[in-house]
Design a protein around this ligand. Structure first.
Ligand code: A3P
Length: 289
């Protein structure tokens, strides 16, 4: 099957050219945010789709109608994709919920002076790299995954699509101290306590929920519900773009899967790089359940 993995270099970062063009990336950097906008931001494979589902359900007070009938990319369109404006225009609800993988050093200027609320989702980077590796095998719009050791090196060098995980997390999380408009939440917090995490997000969004409504949000954003919901499991995407014979988007949904891939040496090497690159960042990832 033909690959669609053309790379678009933008500000020194590689982006999948099948989804992003110079124009669409440039457009994102100048996007006129409205104060009512909600922005979901993450490095790939950190729980982006999960947060899209959670936010959709919170605004629907736990009613799954929208999440079961409208694809996630139409409910929470991707800012940097070339068809963003078209999708945003037909987006089913207000406030607008917009998703992005752009790093802070690129998107930050567009947010200056805006009261748009940002939900930043991060995940422990060992699970991110493993999830991203498996995703590369099924996503034909991304470059070949190669072997896991090679892929791990590319991740640590920051040369994978969307750039460096370290810069991404440091860039966005360093903003939490200076603004009330940014909520940082981790994949692990959601996995270990989805009920509490949903309440935290709903309170940040100023969309209070009754206990039953929270319970419904939990039910419909559980891994099992989402795995079987074609509006969010990406099975509606054409096979030449995402090849579901090579894996599932909703793959494992666990903390600590990295232990099945990392050798002891890779783990040590990773820990050393993590410690040196993140020495100025207060983040303490949860590595295992
Ligand atoms: P795994 O590949 O480790 O299973 P993103 O949406 O940022 O691309 O992240 C995808 C990752 O989030 C995948 O991780 C996917 O399984 C996981 N995920 C999505 N929804 C989830 C849920 N409801 N519960 C747990 N994990 C979820």
């Amino acid at each position: 099957m033909a690959r669609l993995d053309v790379t678009e270099m933008f500000h020194g970062i590689s982006f999948p050219g099948h989804l992003h063009t110079q124009d669409s990336l440039q457009f994102a950097l100048k996007f006129p945010f409205q104060d009512s906008d909600i922005l979901i931001v993450s490095y790939p494979k950190s729980g982006t789709t999960w947060m899209q589902e959670i936010v959709s359900l919170i605004f629907s007070k736990g009613d799954p109608h929208l999440s079961q009938n409208v694809p996630n990319w139409a409910r929470c369109p991707w800012l940097e994709q070339y068809y963003f404006s078209e999708v945003l225009g037909s987006s089913p609800r207000a406030p607008r919920v917009i998703t992005t993988h752009l790093p802070y050093h690129l998107l930050g200027p567009a947010l200056v002076g805006s009261k748009a609320r940002v939900i930043y989702v991060s995940r422990n980077p060992k699970d991110v790299v493993v999830s991203f590796y498996h995703f590369h095998k099924m996503a034909n719009f991304l470059p070949e995954a190669g072997s896991f050791p090679e892929f791990l090196n590319r991740f640590l060098e920051g040369t994978l699509s969307y750039g460096s995980w370290f810069d991404h997390v440091e860039g966005w999380t360093s903003q939490t101290a200076s603004t009330n408009n940014l909520l940082h939440i981790t994949y692990e917090e959601m996995l270990l306590g989805l009920h509490g995490a949903i309440k935290r997000v709903s309170s940040f969004l100023k969309c209070p929920l009754l206990e039953d409504e929270v319970n419904n949000c939990v039910k419909h954003s559980s891994f099992n519900s989402m795995k079987h919901n074609k509006m969010v499991n990406y099975t509606m995407v054409a096979q030449e773009i995402m090849d579901h014979s090579k894996g599932s988007f909703m793959r494992k949904g666990k903390i600590g899967d990295w232990k099945n891939m990392f050798t002891e040496e890779q783990n040590q090497y990773f820990n050393n790089i993590f410690q040196s690159k993140m020495r100025d960042c207060a983040l303490e990832p949860v590595w295992e359940e």
